[in-house]
Design a protein around this ligand. Structure first.
Ligand SMILES: CSC[C@H]1O[C@@H](n2cnc3c(O)ncnc32)[C@H](O)[C@@H]1O
Ligand code: ZN
Length: 435
């Protein structure tokens, strides 16, 4: 990554930003080094050394935040479709993941980071094994990320402790690295893969390291029923009993919740990564997003891994979030377009406990995605928030900046070698088949 100081002015753009009661602003943005220093209608004077971007024909949104995923699983895209979660995990994913080398994790993650950046995502959360290789890709690409060594505890106590130590060491080694673009969490994979005493160790470690917790929870009916059978409690009460909510906690999925559980999550200020595409594909169900939002829970959007989605297009997740909750509730206002965009940006940042990205405002990190609106599906120029959620896709992304550095220019990556990544990903998959 080139870390030289920089100044940018985006002139004559249309920006997604609350302004005088409107949700868009026609104007100009100045970026100095890693932060936004001006956003307004009045055009500032050019300054020496400033790079000027002609913002006409573009709609600028805060960079998208993908709040839950497993990037390296891009190597398993299309391998094991049309299966329910437990069959998919146990019969398809876990046997293949057991063969992953550290280089496979690097290659699969690079493929996903490339896809995410080209699709306008500027921050992603990743739960995976060998997370130091994930961090390497993040450092090289310039992307922002919330990383963790995800741990499955279905093994001996000795192995559990070894994995826990790796997770702790990862936080110690990487929290705040890459110019602050990397933050970390502690992550037991799920209540059905981590015994209670093991989860308690994660809670203690998260306290000691002062980082949040992240886990899968209540993704399927079967797993909730199993939790009740094994521990006599539904997952929210179970995790509460283990002390999980004494830390800031992000829960992936949270599809099957009772009214009481929703109130409890709101009281604990737990946040939720809603993964509509993955939940639909694995037939897991539809999360109670309108009820969660009404209760004051921060709900963001995630793709989950590329093998259960099967892409990393956050525009698709925003659109799905806006559409499916209308469909199941019969209420066309269940998740309006602006709320879906906020779930993909502002709430995304909040849900992963970042307070410096997700909205356009002076002092915030310059994480910016521009859309080429000179295309048929953006006309007429009625409502750009609506067009972003209901009409746009990753293919419309023109430029992307993260931390004030341009990473995508005219749809092309400036930091990653796309051809090499594509070639190596195919070879890595073929290698997995022969091992
Ligand atoms: C311990 S690394 C992460 C682990 O999570 C698995 N995974 C991928 N998608 C899901 C999902 O939707 N629910 C639960 N677990 C999932 C992945 O295969 C990795 O082993
Ligand atoms: Zn997941």
């Amino acid at each position: 990554m080139n870390n030289s100081p920089s100044k940018w002015m985006i002139k004559n753009g249309i920006f997604a930003a609350s302004h005088g009661g409107k949700s868009v602003l026609y104007g100009h943005m100045v970026i100095e080094n890693d932060v936004i220093t001006y956003l307004g209608e009045e055009e500032p004077a050019d300054q020496e050394g400033m790079t000027i971007v002609d913002g006409r024909h573009q709609f600028f949104i805060p960079g998208l935040v993908n709040s839950h995923g497993h990037a390296a699983m891009s190597l398993l895209r299309g391998y094991g479709d049309d299966l329910a979660l437990q069959v998919w995990l146990q019969e398809k994913m876990w046997p293949m993941e057991a063969k992953f080398t550290s280089d496979d994790v690097y290659t699969g993650t690079a493929l996903s980071v490339l896809e995410m950046l080209k699709g306008g995502t500027t921050t992603f959360l990743d739960m995976y094994d060998r997370s130091e290789r994930v961090a390497e890709v993040v450092e090289q690409s310039g992307m922002r990320a919330v990383l963790m060594r995800g741990v499955i505890g279905l093994c001996s106590e000795e192995e559990q402790n070894e994995k826990l130590n790796q997770a702790v060491q990862f936080v110690r080694d990487w929290h705040g690295k890459a110019n602050g673009r990397i933050t970390t969490m502690m992550s037991p994979h799920a209540p059905y893969t981590c015994p209670p005493a093991f989860i308690e160790k994660f809670v203690q470690a998260a306290h000691d390291l002062d980082v949040p917790l992240h886990t899968h929870m209540s993704e399927t009916v079967a797993e909730v029923e199993q939790n009740v059978r094994d521990y006599g409690l539904r997952p929210v009460d179970h995790l509460e009993k283990l002390g999980v909510f004494t830390r800031p906690t992000l829960l992936a999925h949270a599809v099957h919740l009772t009214d009481e559980e929703i109130q409890k999550l709101a009281a604990h200020k737990a946040t939720i990564s809603h993964n509509p595409g993955s939940n639909l594909k694995l037939a897991s169900g539809v999360a109670r997003v309108p009820d969660l939002l009404r209760a004051g829970v921060v709900v963001s959007l995630g793709t989950d891994g590329p093998a259960s989605n099967n892409n990393l297009d956050m525009f698709e997740e925003m659109r799905l979030a806006a559409l499916i909750h209308k469909g199941v509730s019969g209420d066309p206002t269940a998740v309006p377009a602006l709320e879906a965009l906020r779930m993909g940006t502002e709430y995304g940042a909040k849900s992963v406990f970042l307070d410096n990205t997700g909205v356009f405002a002076v002092g915030m990190k310059a994480d910016i995605t521009s859309l080429n609106i000179d295309q048929p599906h953006f006309l007429p120029f009625t409502d750009f928030i609506s067009h972003t959620v209901y009409s746009a896709s990753a293919k419309d992304v023109l430029h992307v900046w993260v931390d004030g550095k341009q990473l995508i220019k005219d749809g092309v990556s400036l930091t990653l070698d796309e051809e090499k990544i594509r070639r190596e990903a195919q070879l890595a998959f073929e290698g997995l088949l022969t091992r």
